[in-house]
Design a protein around this ligand. Sequence first.
Ligand code: FEO
Length: 170
Amino acid sequence: MNNKIAELLNDQINKELYSAYLYLDMANYYDELDLDGYANYYMIQAQEERDHALLFMKYMQINGLKVTLKAIDKPDKVFDSVLAPLEIAAEHERYVTDLINNIYHEAQLDKDYRAMKFLDWFVDEQMEEEDNADKMISRYKLFGSDPKGLYLLDQEYAARVYSAPSLVLD
Ligand code: FEO
């Protein structure tokens, strides 16, 4: 594997942990608003991001690549409405998709089929994450301005439960 791909994989560990941090920040914001369902949704989202980081780390370990953990940036987004974190989350997921696509591109140039196969899972995952994030925005716009609608949305997000990623690396 070339150094550039190893470096990008290593950076992705940090980016996924930053994503977890960002979603924890959102969970805290919703918790302050007593929107416990939205808070729950983003707590679980943070767990998923941690899982993504661990998958990148495991992939590097299996392939004998040195992992260098770096400082995680402080989440610095400003949340000033119920809608704001939803929009920031959607924008953030598109950014993560670009990062994954960029690693994929490098792997393709290097004919690193193993990395491409590993990254396929993340390509699918990003499609799902963007779709979920976009739906949260549109559903808030449809129902969230009505207190009862917002209550029902919050109840629905309260029901989200954590499940481990379908990709397992041994
Ligand atoms: Fe790890 Fe939300 O992408």
